[in-house]
Design a binder for this molecule. Structure first.
Ligand SMILES: [Zn+2]
Length: 86
């Protein structure tokens, strides 16, 4: 009988372990989904990651570029060709 009780406890522990391991995987997939929705772009001036749709952006050759700060935007607006790859 003792063996049976131990087996039940062991099965319970395995189930808990599997459940706690499964959750982070689901969270990772959720985060990937959220990231693709947010559309992370790169600041062409300082190469920092910036969220698309940020308030600091400029349009050059019909492409919208996002910037981390007003100073990066000003640098880009002054010489856009310097930062845009041809
Ligand atoms: Zn920047």
């Amino acid at each position: 009988m003792k063996k049976l009780i131990l087996l039940v406890i062991l099965l319970g522990l395995i189930t808990i372990t599997l459940k706690s391991n499964a959750n982070p995987i689901i969270d990772k997939q959720k985060n990937k989904l959220i990231d693709s929705v947010k559309k992370v772009q790169v600041d062409p001036v300082c190469k920092m990651k910036v969220k698309a749709g940020a308030s600091k952006n400029a349009v050059y050759n019909n492409v919208t570029y996002n910037f981390c700060s007003e100073s990066c935007k000003q640098k880009f607006v002054a010489e856009p060709a310097k930062y845009v790859k041809k």
